[in-house]
Design a protein around this ligand. Structure first.
Ligand code: LLP
Length: 408
C-alpha cells in the first residue's frame, strides 16, 4: 500500500509549468495541523511557537504570523528573518546553541527573550543584563527521537542544563536579579512514543513547581508525523487525555502557560518534492531510477535513513516494480529509497517525494554545484492558483553569484 499524493492533478500541472526539481507546499495542511494541536490543547492555557528551522520560507512564516503562532529562533539569522517577516520581538524565543557574546547582545538588543542552556552563559547574561527576564533550557535527562542524531536530552546530549542543577540556576538568577520567567525543554525530534515525552513533561512540571515566578513552561517540539504508509498519525486526543490534566493542574495552581514549539508536526506533511526521472538503469539484480535532484535537496534519507513515500505521478497505474530511487550527486549514499515498490517508472516520469515540508529545503545545499529547487505555494482557498515563491536559479546564475562573492 502506498500513501497517496495530495492533489495529484495540481502536482501534475505544477510539474508541467514549473519543471523540476520543485518543492510544493500546501497551505491547507499547515493550517489544519495548527488547528489540530490547538484543539488538543484547548482546555490548557497554552501558546504555540513554530520552530522555524523546519522551513523558514517567508511565505510559510507569514502563515504562522497570521495564525497568532510565535517563533522559536536559534540563530541571529533566524531572529532577523522572523522580525523582517513581521513577528514582534516578544513573540520570539531565542534559543541559540553555544551562544556567543555577540549573539547574546544581538538578541537582547532586538528585544527577544533569551533561552539559555548553559550555566556559564546564564552567568554572562546576568553580568551583562542584571534585572532582566530570562528562560532556562533544561535537560530533563530523558531523551527521544527518530534517530540518535536528533535526540536532544539525556546524558549524551549537549543541550540544556541538567535538571538536577536547578539550585545553581536559581542561585545565578538571584545573584544577578534575573527573573526566571520560563523553563524550556526540547528532548528530541520525531519522538516515536509519546510516553517518553510524558516522562520528560512530568520532570519539567516538577522542576517548574519550584520556580514561583514562571509565566510559562515550554515543552519543546518533537511531535512525530506518519511518514510510512503503515504508521498512524499522532493520536492528539490520547495525547491531550494523557498530558492535558497534569498541564491544566499545573497551570491552574501557578498561573503559568504551557508552550509547545513544533516544527515537523506543522509543516512536514504540507510539502512535496517533485523530481523528474532522467535515467532508468536495470542492472539485473537492481533497478535504479535516477532523478534530477539528490541529497543536496533532501538530505534526510542519506543522513538518517529516513523514509519518504515516493509516488509516480505520471504512471500511477503502472505495474509495480522494485526500485532504488537515486539522486544525481556523486555519492553512493545519495539514495531517496531502496528496494521500493513503485508503479513502473519510465524516463521522463514525474515522481512526488512526500512529506518533505520540514527539514527539506531548510537543510538543502548546492553540493556538486547543483542549484536549489524552486518552491511553489498552493493557497488553501484556490489550489489551482498555485504560484512560485522561489525561483530556481540556473547554473549560470549560481556561478555568477559565486564569483561575485569570491574575494580572490
Ligand atoms: N525546538 C528546538 C529547540 C529544536 O531544536 C527543535 C528541532 C524543535 C523545537 C522542533 O523539533 P520538531 O518539532 O521539528 O521535531 N533535521 C532533523 C530534525 C532536527 C530537529 C532539530 N531541532 C530531521 O530532519 O529529522
Amino acid at each position: 500500500m502506498q500513501k497517496p499524493a495530495p492533489f495529484p492533478e495540481i502536482l501534475a500541472r505544477i510539474h508541467r509549468s514549473a519543471s523540476t526539481p520543485t518543492y510544493v507546499y500546501f497551505e491547507r495542511t499547515i493550517r489544519k495541523q495548527v488547528e489540530r494541536l490547538r484543539a488538543a490543547l484547548d482546555h490548557v492555557p497554552s501558546r504555540l511557537l513554530y520552530a522555524m528551522k523546519a522551513n523558514s520560507h517567508p511565505r510559510v512564516m507569514k502563515l504562522f504570523l497570521e495564525q497568532g503562532v510565535g517563533v522559536d529562533a536559534v540563530s541571529p539569522g533566524e531572529l532577523l528573518l522572523a522580525l523582517r517577516v513581521g513577528f514582534s520581538p516578544e513573540s520570539v524565543l531565542f534559543s541559540a546553541n553555544n551562544m556567543t557574546d555577540a549573539e547574546m547582545h544581538f538578541a537582547q538588543s532586538q528585544g527577544a527573550l533569551l533561552n539559555i542552556g548553559e550555566l556559564s552563559r546564564l552567568e554572562a547574561y546576568g553580568e551583562a543584563y542584571p534585572g532582566s527576564k530570562v528562560c532556562a533550557r533544561l535537560n530533563p535527562e530523558v531523551g527521544a527521537g527518530h534517530h540518535a542524531h536528533v535526540i536532544t536530552a539525556g546524558a549524551d546530549s549537549k543541550f540544556g542544563i541538567p535538571v538536577r542543577k536547578m539550585p545553581e540556576i536559581q542561585a545565578t538568577c538571584r545573584q544577578y536579579d534575573l527573573e526566571l520567567v520560563g523553563l524550556h525543554q526540547h528532548i528530541g525530534s520525531g519522538i516515536p512514543d509519546p510516553a517518553t515525552l510524558w516522562k520528560a513533561v512530568s520532570v519539567m512540571l516538577d522542576a517548574a513547581r519550584a520556580c514561583p515566578a514562571l509565566t510559562f513552561v515550554n515543552l519543546g517540539g518533537g511531535l512525530g508525523v506518519p511518514y510510512e504508509p503503515e504508521s498512524a498519525p499522532l493520536d492528539l486526543l490520547d495525547f491531550s487525555a494523557q498530558f492535558g490534566e497534569a498541564m491544566q493542574a499545573y497551570s491552574g495552581e501557578h498561573g503559568a502557560e504551557i508552550w509547545f514549539e513544533p516544527g515537523r508536526f506543522f509543516v512536514a506533511e504540507s510539502g512535496v518534492l517533485l523530481v523528474t526521472v532522467t535515467t532508468v538503469k536495470d542492472n539485473g539484480d537492481r533497478c535504479f531510477a535516477g532523478v534530477d535532484s539528490g541529497m543536496g535537496h533532501l538530505v534526510r534519507p542519506a543522513m538518517y535513513g529516513s523514509y519518504h513515500e515516493i509516488v509516480n505521478l505520471t504512471n500511477p497505474s503502472g505495474v509495480p516494480r522494485i526500485y532504488d530511487v537515486v539522486g544525481n550527486i556523486c555519492e553512493t549514499g545519495d539514495r531517496f529509497a531502496r528496494d521500493r515498490s513503485i508503479p513502473e517508472i519510465r524516463e521522463g516520469d514525474c515522481l512526488a517525494i512526500l512529506d518533505t515540508g520540514a527539514y527539506g529545503i531548510s537543510m538543502a545545499s548546492e553540493y556538486n554545484l547543483r542549484p536549489l529547487p524552486a518552491e511553489v505555494w498552493v493557497p488553501e482557498d484556490n489550489p489551482a492558483r498555485f504560484r512560485t515563491i522561489t525561483e530556481r536559479r540556473s547554473p549560470a546564475q549560481m556561478v555568477a553569484e559565486l564569483m561575485r562573492r569570491s574575494l580572490d
